[in-house]
Design a protein. Structure first.
Length: 266
C-alpha cells in the first residue's frame, strides 16, 4: 500500500544521538516529513538487559506506529537495533531500518588490521556484533570497549554544556589500554551519540586514527526504500519524548539546528 504524501519518517532513539542520522537524511530527503522520537525516560539503554530493551522498544514503536502511521521507521540506536530489530520487524508491517556497527567499512579501510569498537555495554556483548566480525573482519583484530559514559557526554554537549577532551578520553581509554590497542588505526563509533563527540575523540586518540560510523549509510538506505514516494508537509516536523518536557526543552537549540522547532511529550 502506498504511503500518504504526508506520512512521516519516524526516527527513534534512546536519546538524541539519532540527530546524527537525521542530519545525513536531510541531505538526501529534504522534503520528507519527520517525527523524531527520543525515549529519554528509558535512557540509557546500554545498562539494561536484552529483555528490557526488546520489550521497551517493541512496545513504544507499536504505539507510535499506530498513532502516527509512519511510512518508515528508523531505529537510530545501535543498542536497540542489535537487540530488538528482528522482533520489531516481526510485529510491525512498517518498513524498519536499523543501525548496526560499521564493522564492514572499518575492515575495508584499516591498514594495521586492528579495529576498535566503542559502544554501550549492551551493544558490545551482542552476538550480532560477533556475526558482523565473523562476516566482515576475518583476519582482522576487533577490540571492543563499553564506553557508555560517552552517551551522557554527547547529550550534555548538545545541551550546550562544556565537555572536556579529558572526560571523553577517560571514557574511551579502555579501548587503547587493551592488549594490541597500540595498533589501532580505525575505530567504529557503534552508538549514534558518539559522532557528536568526534572532535573530542579525534583529539584524544590522535590524528592517525580514523573514525567510522553508519549515519551516511543509514540515510542512503532510508532514501532507497522511499525512492519515488511523494512527500507533502502538512504539519511542521516535531520531536517527542517519553521523559519530562522541561528536560527535553534544554535541547531546543540542537533540534532547531535540524529544522525541528516543536517539542512534545508522548
Amino acid at each position: 500500500m502506498d504511503a500518504s504524501p504526508s506520512s512521516p519518517i519516524l526516527l527513534f532513539d534512546s536519546g538524541v544521538g539519532g540527530l546524527t542520522v537525521l542530519a545525513e537524511m536531510r541531505k538526501l530527503l529534504p522534503q520528507a516529513p519527520v517525527i523524531y522520537a527520543a525515549d529519554m525516560a528509558g535512557l540509557p539503554y546500554g545498562t539494561k538487559t536484552e529483555a528490557e530493551v526488546a520489550a521497551r522498544v517493541a512496545g513504544l514503536l507499536g504505539r507510535m506506529a499506530e498513532r502516527w502511521q509512519p511510512r518508515l521507521i528508523c531505529i537510530a540506536c545501535n543498542t536497540a537495533s542489535t537487540i530488538a530489530l528482528g522482533m520489531v520487524r516481526d510485529v510491525l508491517e512498517t518498513p524498519i531500518v536499523g543501525t548496526v556497527p560499521a564493522i564492514k567499512p572499518a575492515a575495508a579501510i584499516t591498514k594495521t588490521g586492528t579495529i576498535g569498537l566503542l559502544g554501550t555495554e549492551a551493544t558490545v556483548r551482542q552476538r550480532y556484533v560477533d556475526d558482523l566480525e565473523r562476516e566482515f573482519a576475518q583476519g582482522k583484530t576487533l577490540l571492543r570497549h563499553a564506553a557508555g559514559g560517552l552517551v551522557a557526554l554527547g547529550e550534555a554537549k548538545l545541551r550546550g554544556e562544556r565537555v572536556s577532551v579529558d572526560e571523553v578520553a577517560k571514557a574511551a581509554a579502555g579501548l587503547i589500554l587493551q592488549p594490541g590497542g597500540e595498533n589501532l588505526d580505525t575505530v567504529v563509533l557503534a552508538c549514534t551519540h558518539f559522532p557528536l563527540l568526534e572532535p573530542e575523540l579525534r583529539e584524544a586518540f590522535g590524528k592517525d586514527v580514523t573514525f567510522v560510523h553508519g549515519a551516511e549509510g543509514i540515510a542512503r538506505r532510508i532514501a532507497h526504500l522511499v525512492e519515488g514516494q511523494a512527500f507533502q508537509q502538512e504539519i511542521p516536523d516535531f520531536a517527542v519524548t517519553t521523559g519530562e518536557l522541561d528536560n527535553f526543552e534544554l535541547l531546543v537549540d540542537a533540534f532547531a539546528a535540524h529544522g525541528i522547532d516543536r517539542l512534545v511529550r508522548l
